[in-house]
Write a protein that binds this ligand. Structure first.
Ligand SMILES: Nc1nc2c(ncn2[C@@H]2O[C@H](COP(=O)(O)OP(=O)(O)OP(=O)(O)O)[C@@H](O)[C@H]2O)c(=O)[nH]1
Length: 303
């Protein structure tokens, strides 16, 4: 509480005290001193009492009860998740008394909570190691992206990427080196898929997913294979990999053509199949498929 601020008691209620004092004087003079007939004296007394108490009630309503109701309404809306009235009305926060102080502190509390919630939300959507999105971010983005692709009747491609022989990498180079390797791979993903509509997430472990909207199947495959090549070209040594002497990845790509109505679970399952096919064929490869014909391999590339 800032000491300099006028308080309700000192400011407004002081006037009430003066009025009461004057009222008492008038009452004393009217009832005792003046020689009015007694009915007039009673009426004067009643009038004075009603006027004073009416004025007091009015001030209590205006200065205390009304602001308290506004504060409580504000708190109720926030509790119910209504964020449209996050800012308290200036009528309350600019008051220079205890109610204003309470409103300002309440507003600070709400702003802190809002910032904290935004931070928590971001943390819940971002993978802390690579700073890419996580599975939850994917789900959130899909809620908007998939209905849009159906409405616009455009292609959707899913890329599933997995680091080859990552267990031996971790075992021999250590977990911190494994983490650093994942961070570098994430950098390539970030550099390759830069469109605003691209969704790039780390699903968990050494598995990543990319979702491309309105990208022709050939283009999706080309991007996926370019990314595979760039990761190999980074030349992160991996002398315990039976595939190459550097870290490599395998990528399964699936494209749902326009009009098919992409189902994300089907697409992930199909991209996973393509990925396992890459692993079976010796890794460090990119395989692409069309969702409508899952067995038909569009392209296969071995690095
Ligand atoms: N450093 C690090 N390692 C991780 C992380 N998450 C998962 N791993 C490791 O990733 C490895 C994955 O191994 P596997 O699933 O056997 O796959 P792989 O050895 O890459 O074999 P293939 O995929 O068949 O080529 C395991 O050793 C996990 O411990 C992580 O966040 N950091």
């Amino acid at each position: 509480m800032q000491g300099k601020q006028p308080l309700i008691f000192k400011g407004r209620w002081a006037r009430l005290s003066v009025l009461t004092f004057l009222g008492s004087g008038l009452l004393g003079w009217g009832v005792g001193g003046a020689h009015w007939p007694w009915p007039i004296q009673v009426i004067a007394l009643l009038l004075l009492v009603s006027l004073t108490s009416g004025w007091v009630l009015l001030r209590i309503e205006r200065d205390l009860l009304h602001p308290m109701r506004r504060l409580s309404e504000h708190a109720r809306r926030l509790h119910e998740g209504d964020n449209t009235h996050l800012m308290m009305t200036t009528y309350l926060t600019e008051r220079r008394d205890e109610v204003g102080e309470l409103a300002r502190q309440f507003q600070h509390l709400v702003e802190d909570l809002k910032a904290h919630n935004a931070q928590l939300l971001e943390q819940s959507l971002i993978d802390p190691l690579t700073k890419l999105g996580n599975r939850r971010m994917l789900e959130n983005r899909l809620d908007v992206a998939l209905p849009l692709t159906r409405r616009l009747d455009c292609t959707v491609s899913v890329l599933m990427m997995d680091v080859d022989h990552f267990k031996p990498y971790n075992d021999y180079y250590g977990h911190p080196a494994g983490d650093e390797c994942l961070v570098q791979i994430s950098g390539v993903l970030r550099d390759t898929f830069r469109r605003e509509t691209d969704i790039v997430v780390r699903l968990g472990g050494e598995e990543f997913l990319v979702l491309l909207i309105d990208t022709p199947s050939q283009e999706a495959w080309r991007l996926a294979d370019a990314m595979r090549g760039m990761i190999q070209a980074m030349g992160i040594p991996h002398e315990y990999s039976p595939t190459a002497n550097v870290v490599t990845v395998s990528v399964g790509v699936v494209t749902s053509p326009p009009g098919v109505g992409a189902d994300i679970d089907d697409m992930i399952a199909c991209a996973d199949e393509a990925l396992y096919a890459c692993k079976a064929q010796g890794r460090n490869t990119t395989q692409a498929r069309m969702l409508s014909s899952p067995v038909e391999a569009l392209e296969t590339h071995a690095g």
